[in-house]
Design a binder for this molecule. Structure first.
Ligand code: MSP
Length: 518
């Protein structure tokens, strides 16, 4: 069996309902996963939930529930959310599942035996909100700690620590030798700047069970639970292990039980994560993997943060976007389109309702929707829905969009791919305006010219469906159905010009994106 293209998202804390930021990341990963399948690769797309730790425990207590019951209830909502977004994930991990917990304990035992941990008493500052130890270096110029840390307390406690320090130069060398390991470039520079200007502190990988018991017990000391980030990061390999990935299992020195069920996933091809958790993925995780004797993921792909109306998305101020409400009103593909077209993977984005509506009306309703609807309606009206003989006037434009899209998808340039696809939408709409098929239809002497124009339009709609499939899966399927073609265009190869055969009968045209008043 070949190694599959393995892509992951961050696993979300289950301390509330999903919001725009969560939805965006999952959609980005889904489009990449669908694109790779469309390019012919075998894919394994993993997403899921981060259920341990203080944030979740506190949220459960606030609702008067046990953490497990609280997680079980919310996990059902989050799974339903993944379905609503039409994510094509192969698996969904919950860190409270036995398959994950057992793996975390096995790897902890292994690292402990290998002398990677030591126990030491720490005395200093601690942010309960972020569950993290702070030093004087973390103070702002005015001597206070960033309000993002919440309440900072002084604390003295014994814990287990993971030796990070010795690996600092190795990591710098690795990142410099592997320029595509962290993308975009400015995020790589950020990590290199951090590593070159700071001394890495060892990582605390435990919390005393007396203070926090909602976690995976350390297998070698029952008085402690595993630090939530150590637990969460390991989900990227515990799930491959559960699927029989021999590479990951070799880190435990255990044998694959059934060689025929072997799924080759590790190393991951892409971890899609937000900028706030870059250090965990680009500093701690690589060193953990090195200690386990595993290769590093090929890429950590870092996206920016969404704001709404120029301000932080925040439950407490009510400045939120409820993705489900938007999807209910405008449709899933309108939501997927807006977030992917508006924001490139990297910078921060700003959601505005007016921006959403104007993209909907201009690009979906008047752009793509109008093109498909008028092309197919004219074919129905003037040619009784029967596709005329092949003609190649728009073939070069379609090939250009297809070639560009294919190349851009290989580089995960989703926004640029949509721009290229819309270049074809615009070209085809101009073609209608220039060739005026509604005038040609009035003149019997122009019958052949009308055939040519109608073929070019119908075939362009088909090519667009193929190119759009990873981004707007439902729309692509609907275009195919209206064209009277079976199934969905799941392989980019079928974007080749000329797929619509002469004499083929199309179905009833139905508007894809009804216009809505702004
Ligand atoms: N549980 C950790 C991740 C562990 S991964 C091994 C976590 N969870 S989170 O729920 O806080 O965030 C999950 C993902 O959502 C992160 O990648 C984060 O960057 C992303 N986002 C959360 N809010 C966001 C925005 N406002 N905008 C874009 N993405 C944001 O961190």
């Amino acid at each position: 069996m070949n190694k599959r293209f393995y892509i992951t998202t961050a696993i979300d804390y289950v301390n509330g309902q999903p919001h725009l930021g969560h939805a965006y990341e999952k959609i980005v990963a889904d489009v990449i996963a669908r694109s790779r399948r469309s390019l012919g690769q075998e894919v394994f797309f993993l997403t899921g939930l981060d259920e341990h730790g203080q944030k979740v425990q506190q949220a459960a207590v606030a609702e008067g529930k046990t953490p497990q019951a609280y997680c079980d209830e919310l996990a059902a909502d989050w799974r339903a959310f993944a379905k609503r977004l039409e994510l094509t994930n192969e698996d969904f991990v919950r860190t409270t599942e036995p398959r994950h917990k057992q793996f975390v304990q096995a790897i902890l035992s292994k690292l402990h035996e290998a002398g990677q941990f030591y126990q030491e008493t720490y005395k200093g500052f601690y942010s309960t909100k972020e569950e993290t130890f702070l030093t004087d270096k973390d103070r702002l110029p005015d001597g206070t700690f960033d309000p993002a840390y919440g309440e900072v307390i002084e604390l003295e406690e014994s814990n287990y620590w993971f030796k990070l320090r010795n690996h600092q130069q190795w990591l710098i060398d690795y990142i410099e030798a592997n320029p595509s390991f962290i993308a975009p470039d400015y995020r790589r520079n950020e990590v290199l700047g951090f590593l070159k200007n700071n001394t890495l502190e060892d990582l605390c990988i435990s919390r005393p069970a007396a203070r926090l018991n909602w976690g995976i017990p350390l297998p070698f000391d029952k008085d402690f639970v595993t630090y939530v980030w150590f637990d969460a990061l390991v989900s990227y390999i515990s799930i491959p292990a559960a699927h029989g990935d021999a590479t990951v299992l070799s880190a435990l020195n255990s044998q694959t039980q059934d060689a025929s069920s072997e799924t080759q996933l590790w190393p991951a091809d892409i971890h899609v994560v937000g900028k706030d958790i870059l250090k965990f993925h680009a500093v701690f995780w690589p060193i953990m993997l090195k200690a386990m004797g595993l290769l590093l993921p090929k890429q950590v792909l870092v996206h920016g943060w969404w704001q709404k109306d120029g301000a932080k998305i925040s439950k407490s101020t009510g400045n939120i976007i409820d993705p489900i409400a938007v999807i209910n009103e405008w449709g899933l593909d309108a939501f997927r389109f807006y977030v992917l077209r508006e924001l490139d993977i990297g910078p921060d984005g700003n959601w505005t309702d007016s921006g959403f509506k104007s993209r909907y009306n201009a690009e979906l309703a008047n752009g793509l929707g109008n093109l498909v609807n008028r092309s197919l309606s004219m074919l129905k009206r003037y040619r009784n829905s029967v596709v005329p003989a092949k003609h190649d006037e728009l073939a070069a434009d379609a090939a250009k969009a297809a070639d560009e899209t294919r190349a851009l998808l290989k580089q995960n340039q989703l926004q640029a791919a949509l721009q290229s696809i819309w270049g074809l939408v615009t070209r085809a709409n101009q073609y209608v305006d220039q060739t005026k098929p509604f005038s040609l239809a009035k003149d019997p002497a122009q019958a052949q010219r009308l055939d040519e124009v109608l073929y070019n339009l119908a075939e362009t709609c088909r090519v667009l469906a193929v190119l759009l499939r990873p981004f707007l899966p439902g729309t692509a399927t609907r275009i195919y159905a209206q064209l009277g073609l079976p199934g969905a265009p799941d392989k980019l190869d079928v974007a080749t010009w000329g797929g619509l055969p002469a004499g083929h009968k199309i179905n009833e045209p139905i508007p894809l994106f009804p216009r809505k008043d702004a």
